[in-house]
Design a protein around this ligand. Structure first.
Ligand SMILES: [Zn+2]
Length: 287
C-alpha cells in the first residue's frame, strides 16, 4: 500500500516505536527493503537520496517502478525524497509522485530554512504529501567530519521552526553522523534535545545516520521521541560486502547472480533494524 509518512509516523509516535527509513537507490535495494518489511509486517519508508538520483539513475526512471512495488506491497510503504537540497528539485519531486519529501535547507540561515520549508509544506499539504525538514547540522564519518556539539540542533530553534512551518516530521542533530562508524565506536547522544522538542511539539522526530549508532542508542532515542530512524550505510555495506564475498569465491560470477546475491544480506540487515526500532507487526492492516 502506497502511503505518505503522516499516519505511520503518528502511530509510531503514539505507540513509542520507530519506523525504519532505508536508503535505496536501485530496484534491488528497494525490492529487498519492501520484502523485509512484508515479512515483518512493518510499515516502511523507502528513502531515495537526491544525491543518488542525480549521480546514479535519475528520478524519472527509479521512482515509477518503486511506486509500483509500494502499491503492490502487503504493508504500508512511503517513498520519501531524502535530503532534497533544492526547492525546485523538491517541488518537481512532489509532481513526480513521491508520497513524502524532505527539504533540507539546514545549512541556510534559520529564516530562509523556515521560508523555503513553508512554501514546500503549502504545496505538499494540498496533495496529502508529508514533509520532513532539518534544523541543526549533521556531519559525516566520511572525511572525518563527525557531528560536533556546536552542530547540534538548538531545541528552541526546532520548536519555533515546527510552529512556523507545520512540517510533518523534523530531523534533529544530537550526536549521530552519516556513514559507517569506525569499529567499536559508539557515538554519545544528547537525548535532552529530543525530549525537549518532543514535549513542546509532539510531532514525529527523525534520527539520521542510524547506521552504527548501536541498538541501545536507537532505543533510547525512540524513548525520547524519535519516530523515524534513517539507516543507509549499514544496508549498503551489507550489499557491498556480499559483492566482495561472492567475487572472492568466484571471480567469474555473472553480474545477474552477483546482484541477486545482494538481496538476502540487504533483507537481513533491514530485518535487524525493524526489530531494533520495534516496528515489527505494526502495519496498519495487521494490528
Ligand atoms: Zn540524512
Amino acid at each position: 500500500m502506497y502511503v505518505s509518512m503522516t499516519d505511520m509516523l503518528e502511530r509510531a509516535s503514539a505507540g513509542h516505536y520507530g519506523v525504519m527509513a532505508i536508503n535505496c537507490f536501485n530496484l534491488e535495494s528497494a525490492y529487498a527493503t519492501i520484502h523485509a518489511a512484508e515479512k515483518a509486517n512493518a510499515p516502511i519508508i523507502i528513502d531515495l537520496l537526491m544525491e543518488h538520483l542525480e549521480k546514479h539513475i535519475p528520478r524519472e526512471y527509479v521512482l515509477p517502478p518503486v511506486i509500483l512495488m509500494a502499491k503492490q506491497a502487503k504493508v504500508e510503504v512511503a517513498i520519501n525524497l531524502d535530503h532534497g537540497k533544492s526547492e525546485d528539485y523538491v517541488m518537481d519531486s512532489i509532481e513526480a509522485g513521491f508520497s513524502s519529501v524532505m527539504i533540507d535547507e539546514s545549512e541556510k540561515p534559520f529564516r530562509e530554512n523556515v521560508q523555503i520549508t513553508r512554501r514546500i509544506v503549502e504545496v505538499a499539504r494540498q496533495k496529502g504529501i508529508s514533509v520532513e525538514a532539518e534544523v541543526g547540522n549533521m556531519g559525516a564519518v566520511k572525511g572525518d567530519h563527525f557531528t560536533q556539539a556546536d552542530m547540534y540542533t538548538d531545541p528552541d530553534d526546532a520548536i519555533r521552526f515546527i510552529k512556523r512551518t507545520g512540517v510533518t516530521a523534523l530531523a534533529l542533530s544530537f550526536g549521530s553522523s552519516h556513514g559507517v562508524m569506525p569499529k567499536d565506536f559508539v557515538p554519545v547522544f544528547d537525548f535532552d534535545i529530543v525530549r525537549k522538542v518532543k514535549e513542546a511539539t509532539g510531532i514525529p522526530l527523525v534520527l539520521h545516520g542510524g547506521s552504527g549508532c548501536g541498538a541501545d542508542n536507537i532505543k533510547k532515542a525512540i524513548a525520547a521521541g524519535i519516530s523515524k530512524v534513517n539507516v543507509g550505510s549499514d544496508v549498503m555495506k551489507a550489499q557491498a560486502d556480499a559483492v566482495y564475498a561472492q567475487q572472492q569465491e568466484n571471480r567469474a560470477i555473472e553480474y545477474p547472480d552477483l546482484m541477486h546475491g545482494t538481496l538476502q544480506p540487504a533483507m537481513d540487515m533491514v530485518t535487524k533494524y525493524i526489530e531494533i526500532s520495534g516496528s515489527a507487526g505494526k502495519n496498519l492492516e495487521t494490528m
